[in-house]
Design a protein around this ligand. Structure first.
Ligand code: ADP
Ligand code: MG
Length: 708
């Protein structure tokens, strides 16, 4: 391991150096204190070292009362010339202090007898707060103050203000942090050869500069977190994330999966029969996946592509590669509607090749399920399509070679891990005890590059960045809901000339019951308005058979207008549907709007998406609608979404379990993120011990998912 740097700090030298044990719980803390610390994410002593200030207050200087600028926090020192309780306009304690330049009123609306005592006439006090011009002159409301006795030098560092929680005052937190800082030697985890070219301070210096900045340090850079010390902290955080993700990646390369040969049978037959030619992007994606499947290590590849980019064909090719190697493939979707779309597509494509496709979902009858399970277990089934029901223990995929997971971000990490265990039961067709299936994950929710490089660094990523030819861009219109009647007439005209339309009901996140009521009401109202047409209805509460019947009728053109909730967000593929109305579009997120709009524009007709909105619009809603109106490219929309909402929210449902970033911001710290990626590989290659230490420092106790 590299020799630790940063040990040359003056005030640490003569103290006994204790071993840096990051997973030690916070020392001698009472249980209520522990609860409060846990609230702040502090579980171990070392977490206190990494509990960094939100901002600073400058108590290193005294400002003469007359010189204080309004609305800026300053520290003033003066002698109390009077303190009394006033009753107007309301009960309050008013104290007057004086320095050489003027008089300042201090007002306390909440006060205790102790306040009066401390602010006794003649006492010298240091007060900190914002000065404003009150009725009687300069005043401070509720300043922080301290009585000064004798000579008290000013602190020589800015005062850190830490994020805290009720019942944990700054002073207590500061003491705990100071103790943690002196208790840990703050070893340097970066090997010198790696640190030098980065031109960043040592970890030790960075931590010190942030907790106790010198008065001459660049306060603004500290505040804005652009200071080199902050860069070092952010770099370290990103590095920890990269190390954990890349370590995961490498572990996977050490496990085994069945190596699938290109038998040139089923895949070749399928390609020949396809009524269209694969786009360049699809061909490239298939080449990458095909190469992965040929290797005896589990593939974990994320296939990203905008709605309608044709991911399913590529997935079908991958499934066939498994089947032509005597293995099974499983296709999983997060909803029954989506699973059924896949089931239909796979049946259409695979049945002519003589391949049995089995259907498995939670809503099946016991009898149907039994038949399906038996067929799966015996290996008679080559391809199974379903929902998360496929993850269950009862499902014995004896020869599973490939698992295809659509809209993977909707599945939890646990479910993904459960999949790993699926393939290693039977010793047949080259599948031995310890092999696991390959995994192909698909996502139509484009993930901005910076995010995917960071949060998906344990996966390989393929992007289909080209739509099949002949697609017409969807025309998007923003219409205030006061003009709903016009929209209704327009839909009627279109449906009467043989076109089909979707009517998407407003999203009501707070109440599922209300959501259901709204969709029922909307359907009733539209059915009355369109008495000459057939108006269908789909929503999440419909039993599967009814849902399937309505969808089938819509696909056949028997239903012209389909009233739906967001259940149609993914997967629905009806080329003849060229109109979509989204009611209360202002309530939807950008990704949702983009997904919904992707349901139209699949045929030769020009498609239109009408976003009905209700005034007044919030600032956020206005920005979202502007983005969706101006942009049609999923990645551009995702970038805008990231900018509007920040990565935390963006990732919220996507990758629970992945280490989240507290300090680094991928939108602004891309340069550091790239450097961290490179450094992570280097450390895993050449300095595994340092990598372990670094990971432990940053993720110790929080990396359960990564151990799996
Ligand atoms: P998604 O990426 O959204 O899952 P799909 O795989 O459902 O997209 O494809 C959307 C539609 O485009 C389907 O009807 C599919 O058959 C068709 N399609 C896919 N690839 C091509 C292609 N290369 N040329 C023409 N049509 C294609
Ligand atoms: Mg799809």
């Amino acid at each position: 391991m590299a020799k630790p740097l940063g040990m040359d700090k003056k005030d640490k030298k003569d103290k006994p150096v204790k071993k840096d044990k990051p997973d030690k719980p916070v020392k001698s803390a009472t249980s209520s204190l522990l609860t409060r610390l846990t609230k702040l994410g502090i579980r171990r002593d070392f977490d206190l070292v990494l509990h960094l200030p939100l901002r600073y207050e400058d108590e290193t200087r005294l400002t003469p009362i007359a010189d204080a600028a309004p609305d800026t926090a300053v520290q003033v020192e003066g002698r109390v010339i009077g303190t009394e309780v006033a009753y107007r306009p309301r009960r309050q304690l008013v104290s007057r202090i004086q320095d050489e330049t003027g008089i300042l009123y201090l007002r306390f609306l909440n006060f205790y007898p102790n306040h009066t005592k401390m602010l006794a006439e003649g006492a010298t006090v240091r007060v900190f707060g914002e000065i404003r011009n009150g009725f009687f002159g300069a005043e401070m409301i509720h300043p922080r103050f301290r009585v000064v006795r004798g000579v008290e030098p000013l602190p020589n560092a800015l005062t850190p203000i830490y994020p805290t929680t009720a019942g944990l005052p700054q002073s207590a937190l500061r003491k705990l942090i100071a103790r943690a800082l002196s208790a840990h030697p703050m070893e340097e985890t970066l090997p010198p050869a790696l640190l030098a070219p980065l031109a960043l301070p040592s970890f030790c210096d960075a931590v010190d500069a942030i907790h106790h900045p010198r008065p001459d340090s660049d306060a603004r850079a500290l505040q804005e977190r652009t200071h080199p010390a902050w860069c070092r902290i952010k770099f370290d955080e990103l590095l920890a994330q990269q190390i954990s993700m890349r370590a995961h990646y490498r572990q996977r390369r050490a496990r085994t999966a069945p190596a699938m040969q290109d038998r040139k049978t089923l895949t070749a037959q399928f390609s020949e029969r396809l009524p269209f030619k694969l786009t360049g992007a699809q061909q490239r994606a298939w080449r990458e996946i095909s190469a992965d499947l040929g290797v005896a290590h589990p593939m974990h590849r994320l296939l990203q592509g905008d709605v309608g980019s044709g991911k399913t064909v590529v997935a079908a090719l991958a499934a066939l590669r498994a089947v032509e190697n005597g293995l099974q493939a499983a296709v999983m979707a997060p909803t029954e509607i989506l699973a059924e779309q896949h089931y239909r597509k796979f049946c259409e494509w695979l049945t002519p090749l003589g391949i049995a496709v089995t259907w498995l979902v939670g809503s099946q009858s016991k009898a149907e399920r039994k038949v399906a399970l038996a067929a799966i277990e015996s290996g008679e089934t080559a391809v199974v399509v379903g929902t998360h029901a496929l993850f269950q223990d009862k499902v014995k995929l004896s020869k599973l070679g490939l698992a295809i997971v659509d809209e993977q971000h909707r599945f939890g990490v646990a479910q993904r891990l459960a999949l790993r265990q699926k393939g290693n039961t039977v010793d047949a067709a080259g599948v031995s005890e310890n092999t696991e299936p390959h995994q192909l994950m698909m996502s139509a929710t484009p993930i901005p590059r910076t995010l995917s490089m960071s949060y998906y660094a344990d996966l390989d990523i393929t992007v289909i960045d080209e739509l099949p030819p002949g697609r017409q861009p969807v025309v998007t219109k923003l219409v205030a809901d006061t003009r709903r009647d016009e929209v209704v007439n327009r839909i009627r005209d279109a449906c009467n000339t043989g076109r089909q339309a979707y009517w998407v009901c407003p999203l009501i996140e707070e109440s599922e019951a209300l959501q259901l009521q709204t969709v029922l009401d909307t359907h009733a109202r539209l059915a009355a308005e369109f008495s000459e047409l057939k108006v269908g209805l789909v929503h999440g509460r419909l039993v599967q058979a009814d849902k399937a019947a309505v969808m089938a009728a819509f696909v056949k053109g028997e239903v012209q207008l389909l009233v739906a909730t967001t259940v149609i967000e993914v997967g629905v593929d009806v080329a003849n549907a060229s109109l979509m109305v989204i009611e209360h579009a202002e309530r939807f997120g950008l990704a949702q709007l983009h997904q919904l709009r992707g349901r139209v524009g699949r045929g030769a007709d020009e498609s239109v998406c009408i976003l009905l909105y209700q005034n007044p619009l919030s600032q956020g809603a206005r920005e979202r609608l502007k983005v969706i109106y101006e942009q049609s490219d999923g990645f551009a929309i995702a970038e805008a979404d990231l900018a509007l909402r920040g990565p935390g929210e963006y990732l919220g449902s996507m990758q629970s379990g992945a280490p989240m970033l507290r300090f680094a911001d991928l939108a602004t710290d891309e340069r550091l993120a790239n450097a961290a990626r490179e450094a992570a590989e280097l450390m895993l290659d050449a300095h595994p011990e340092a990598a372990r230490l670094h990971l432990d420092r940053w993720l110790g106790g929080r990396a359960e998912f990564l151990k799996a």
